[in-house]
Design a protein. Structure first.
Length: 270
């Protein structure tokens, strides 16, 4: 009782009071804010496991990070920087490229106006060692063909299913139709790996997740990683917060809190 903890749960956290099993709670490290704690677990566990457990990232390798300015993207960039001489390619809107360069992305690519595969090959004709793919559809196929021999594609989402404010059945059907598919024999000939990751289905892997969180807390305490908070919104502004993300204005995490910070409340009153 009274411990400051981070909580890992599949859903149900947009409320003031939550009940979770003790196995899904992790002590917050010294000096960490609640906002940082809210931004740490899902994004950094995902980024760590796809980069190191699946990707086996090593010095002098190259990585393509899609949606590099988002939560998992910013976490992955920071984790890449813990390994010596890793070259990072990152896709994001042009307005975010300066922030990406400052964070360590050597080659930002504007996927809205350019073909990311063509742009990447201009810099690295042989491709990359690891691709982190949250997009799905035809982009996954492009990413697979960008891999060097012994390269690894880790798919962990299907963001291409979401195209606007309302469900677009045509876009969903197109993404589903273009979904990447490959058989074992083709993999054998290509000398490449395809991995699938979904943190939401790791509920039973308590010891594995605890070991990953321990490593992340250690990296945080050493100052090697720090959750990037884009903005903090009270619950009564959740629609505006979602719109902020939907319009791709965020660099880092968008955080929800039950009430507006007291300083902001006072300003509003004045």
């Amino acid at each position: 009782v009274g411990d400051k903890v981070m909580v890992l749960a599949r859903s149900g956290l947009w409320q003031e009071v939550v009940n979770v099993p003790v196995s899904q709670t992790f002590p917050m490290p010294e000096g960490m804010s609640f906002e940082e704690a809210a931004a740490l677990l899902v994004n950094y566990i995902t980024a760590y496991m796809i980069l190191f457990d699946f990707g086996n990232l090593r010095p002098n390798q190259s990585v393509l990070i899609h949606m590099a300015a988002g939560g998992v993207g910013t976490a992955a960039i920071q984790l890449c920087k813990t390994v010596e001489n890793v070259t990072i390619f990152g896709t994001a809107s042009a307005s975010k490229h300066e922030a990406l360069r400052e964070s360590g992305v050597a080659h930002p690519i504007d996927y809205h106006t350019l073909d990311f595969a063509e742009e990447l090959r201009k810099v690295s004709p042989k491709g990359v060692d690891i691709v982190l793919d949250p997009l799905g559809g035809s982009n996954t196929s492009k990413a697979f063909h960008l891999l060097k021999p012994m390269g690894k594609l880790i798919t962990y989402g299907v963001a291409n299913l979401v195209t606007g404010q309302k469900r677009n059945l045509v876009a969903m059907a197109k993404t589903w139709w273009n979904q990447f598919s490959i058989n074992a024999l083709q993999l054998l000939h290509q000398n490449k790996a395809v991995c699938g990751y979904h943190l939401g289905y790791m509920d039973e892997e308590v010891e594995l997740l605890r070991s990953v969180v321990a490593k992340l807390v250690n990296l945080y305490s050493q100052g090697k990683i720090k959750p990037k908070i884009d903005s903090v919104w009270p619950f009564d502004q959740v629609a505006e917060a979602m719109r902020h993300m939907q319009e791709k204005k965020n660099v880092g995490k968008v955080i929800l809190v039950p009430e507006a910070p007291k300083e902001e409340s006072k300003k509003a009153e004045n």
